[in-house]
Design a protein around this ligand. Structure first.
Ligand code: NAI
Length: 357
């Protein structure tokens, strides 16, 4: 039975979209529209089986409800996965078919870029629906979200530094950046400018070398970065990096980075709190990416709106740190509770993209 091991976890709607002509097989999951139309990226992935794809999309769309709520966006949570076929004969046709499936939902779900898809794929989706963001052309196109994501993470990092060391910059502090990709590089630059000494690691030696030359960084082997003597650990590569094996070796007091799903599981958050590490939850600090996408969906491309939302992330992370400190120190639990309170208090009525009944 397909559904035997899958929890629909309160999802409002799950659509299995099939188009025989283009070979499309996709699942669109709408977890919640309590705060507005569901928004979340579209992932193209080679799944072992349909149950894996369903499990993934349900988990991701649930996460988007929390991420959009914590960023105070008038958007609900949703996600879409495309099950990558052996071979894609006509990629624009495949994404056009997905666009038609999204259009059928009449605005219940907005899509954007995620792993495995490109702005060109978004353009193909846009040929069939207007419920798509992450375009690189057009009046409201928001382009690459990475610099905005980096700024959001950095703003939260400064809030953490203020709390732990009582200072407004990173002077005298060592930051270890894992992954010098789109976000990690931008973040390393911001940390360098703020006075941090940098340790960096990446699988790509050229990126590490550039950081040595331009940011006076020291290179550390990928498998060694987590356990380095450092003040701030900045995960910007993989998920699951904070786990029962890595946490006992972690020396950084502050953990603040862009990578999604840094915690292997919720027990990792407990272990971090017990060991006295201040972990700033990834779905709060990396919400700059979805804020950038939202600026396109909501047609709020004025810089003031973006700045206000990024400043809001810092205020939120301060609340999370306070509430965790007043309890058991578990920042992930505090952030989840705050998101849930916002979802409960919010209402679709307040969304500028209110759905018609
Ligand atoms: P990217 O693909 O541009 O960069 C990832 C970098 O990590 C690459 O340079 C890669 O070589 C490196 N890497 C991979 N495995 C590594 C390892 N074991 N050790 C050291 N380095 C390793 O990705 P991007 O866009 O910079 O995203 C980074 C993380 O942030 C991802 O987890 C992503 O899901 C998350 N994120 C990104 C957002 C964005 O706006 N781009 C928004 C929100 C979250």
């Amino acid at each position: 039975m397909l559904f035997e091991h899958v929890s629909f976890a309160g999802h409002e709607r799950v659509v299995h979209a099939i188009d025989k002509t283009s070979g499309l097989q996709a699942i669109i999951a709408v977890h919640s529209t309590a705060l507005g139309p569901a928004a979340g990226g579209c992932r193209l992935w080679r799944y072992e089986c349909e149950v894996d794809a369903l499990t993934d999309v349900l988990r991701l769309s649930h996460g988007m409800t929390y991420k959009n709520a914590i960023a105070s966006l008038p958007l609900g949570g949703g996600k879409c996965v495309v099950l990558a076929p052996e071979e894609i004969a006509d990629r624009p046709a495949l994404f056009n078919a997905l666009g038609r499936a999204i259009q059928d939902l009449s605005g219940l779900y907005w899509t954007a870029e995620d792993v495995g898809v490109s702005p060109a794929d978004m353009a193909a989706i846009a040929s069939a629906t207007s419920f798509v963001a992450g375009l690189d052309q057009g009046e409201h196109a928001s382009g690459d979200p990475s610099p905005v994501t980096a700024r959001g993470v950095f703003t939260c990092m400064l809030a953490g530094v203020r709390r732990l060391w009582g200072q407004e910059d990173l002077s005298g502090l060592t930051a270890g950046v894992q992954g010098l990709g789109h976000v990690g590089w931008a973040l390393a630059e911001l940390a360098h400018r703020a006075g941090a000494r940098l340790l960096v690691s990446d699988l790509d030696a050229a990126r590490c070398q550039a950081a040595v030359e331009r940011l006076s960084a020291e290179v550390v082997a990928p498998e060694a970065i987590v356990a380095q003597p450092m003040d701030i650990f900045v995960p910007c590569a993989l998920g699951g990096v904070l786990n029962q094996a890595s946490i006992p070796n972690l020396k950084a007091r502050l953990i603040c980075g862009a990578a999604n799903n840094q915690l292997a599981d919720l027990s990792a958050a407990e272990a971090l709190a017990k060991a006295g590490h201040l972990y700033l939850p990834d779905f709060v600090v990396n919400a700059g990416g979805i804020i950038n996408v939202a600026s396109e969906i909501l047609e709020r491309r004025e810089p003031e709106w973006l700045e206000e939302k990024l400043a809001g992330l810092a205020t939120t992370i301060e609340r999370v740190m306070e509430q965790a400190a007043a309890g058991d120190g578990n920042t992930a639990r505090a952030a989840n509770a705050l998101a849930e309170a916002r979802i409960a208090a919010g209402s679709m009525e307040s969304s500028p993209l209110r759905l018609s009944a």
